[in-house]
Design a protein around this ligand. Structure first.
Ligand SMILES: Cc1cc2nc3c(=O)[nH]c(=O)nc-3n(C[C@H](O)[C@H](O)[C@H](O)COP(=O)(O)OP(=O)(O)OC[C@H]3O[C@@H](n4cnc5c(N)ncnc54)[C@H](O)[C@@H]3O)c2cc1C
Length: 369
């Protein structure tokens, strides 16, 4: 089967690898001149990444052992959690090379422009931006893995109009850091609804960032100034909010990764959910199963929903609410749960937290729309 994937980000490349390995004729089109650039990501992966059984030596930068979270009144909660920090340039190239080794063709400097319909058949118009030539390409299956604004899902008429995005901003800074500790800072003066992060690459370099619905640059500048950080390199990007209304398939076009809005609404992490989607999609194409249904029955959609609900609650928190939440978190019985489950497993995590500390029910009031 001929499969065209628009976008050679991590999710498109991983899907391309799985499908080429299954014997399909796969082409990936990427509008940038190089895979993996520009970097627009902190590169944190929970230990759930182990489930993909991919050797990490090519792209692993650091392994984190502890997360420290700070409340608005500076109460600290410390949780043992193993996280991986990857170099996104190397990570994306590693996945694209896996696809190439399995026979996929990756064409950079190729930008998807539009869909055209001729004699009952769709073709894709893709511009070779280096040679300034427009090519017409046809395929049995098209996969939109072209990021949060997904021009492909728009062209195929199923990019849901209600979708919204956050804006993330990050700097690489030099200084003195605890190399195995990620620090997160909560509060409405720091980053309303979410948090700012300090993620070490090593004891001398860290990635500092935050994301917000509005004014992220102002909050970011204030955070940098407060901590005396000086940016060595700046990165920024759009983070989609999970949209339950977004369909995953329209005719022979599927949508995955950020293009489908499958990002954890509590943390902005989209790599693991997107890679899980890619695995489900490859299996569906190989076995003729319905993608939407399989994503639902796999539990992935439920996880996204739960992150969305918690994210919606967080977006309404006052500083007093954050302080109250930290007080509840700072009990050994709750911390033990936080240490047992990763952020990619929110369902058992939340269930056991509620069981051990029913006062968390206080926050349910924020679920009123
Ligand atoms: C500041 C920031 C920090 C983040 N930190 C983390 C983190 O720590 N952990 C985590 O899991 N996630 C994080 N994320 C989210 C993560 O970056 C995304 O979820 C991930 O990149 C999604 O991969 P993707 O392949 O779906 O999309 P993308 O990485 O956006 O790739 C899409 C590709 O499609 C290409 N494309 C777009 N339009 C076209 C077109 N018309 N024609 C051809 N190609 C096209 C783009 O150039 C791009 O290469 C962060 C995001 C931001 C902004």
């Amino acid at each position: 089967m001929k499969i065209v994937i628009i976008g050679a980000g991590p999710i498109g490349s991983y899907a391309g690898y799985l499908l080429a390995k299954s014997g399909h004729d796969v082409e990936l089109y990427e509008n940038h001149p190089q895979v993996g650039l520009p970097i627009q990501c902190t590169g944190i992966l929970t230990s759930d990444f182990d489930e993909f059984h991919l050797p990490m030596d090519n792209f692993l930068v650091n392994t984190i052992a502890l997360i420290e979270a700070y409340s608005p009144i500076n109460e600290k909660v410390v949780v043992n959690q193993k996280d991986y920090i990857v170099c996104r340039k190397r990570f994306d190239n590693y996945l694209a090379n896996l696809a190439i080794k399995e026979g996929a063709r990756v064409l950079v400097n190729h930008c998807f422009l539009r869909k055209e319909r001729e004699q009952d058949k769709d073709s894709l118009v893709i511009r070779d931006t280096l040679n300034k030539i427009d090519k017409k390409i046809s395929a049995d299956i098209i996969i939109a893995a072209d990021g949060p604004l997904s021009p492909t899902a728009k062209a195929f008429g199923f990019f849901h109009q209600s979708r919204k995005n956050y804006y993330g901003i990050q700097a690489v800074v030099e200084g003195q850091f605890e190399s195995k500790v990620t620090k997160t800072y909560f509060g409405n003066e720091i980053c309303p609804g979410f948090f700012a992060w300090v993620v070490p690459e090593s004891s001398t370099v860290a990635r500092i960032g935050l994301y917000a619905e509005k004014n992220s640059s102002q909050y970011f500048s204030a955070f940098m100034e407060k901590h005396g950080f000086k940016a060595k390199e700046m990165q920024a990007g759009t983070i989609p909010i999970f949209s339950p209304e977004q369909k995953l398939q329209n005719g022979n076009c599927y949508v995955i990764g950020d293009a489908s809005s499958y990002v954890k609404a509590t943390t902005g992490g989209g790599l693991i959910p997107g890679m899980k989607q890619a695995e489900i999609l490859a299996d569906c194409i190989n076995r003729g199963k319905k993608f939407d249904r399989e994503v639902r029955t796999s539990g992935l959609r439920r996880k996204m929903w739960l992150h969305l609900l918690v994210g919606r609650m967080m977006s309404k928190f006052s500083d007093d609410d954050w302080n109250r939440m930290f007080k509840y978190f700072n009990q050994q019985k709750v911390r033990k749960v936080l240490e047992k489950y990763t952020r990619d497993n929110p369902i058992p995590m939340l269930f056991h937290i509620m069981l051990r500390e029913p006062r968390f029910l206080y926050f349910v009031k924020f679920l009123r729309f």
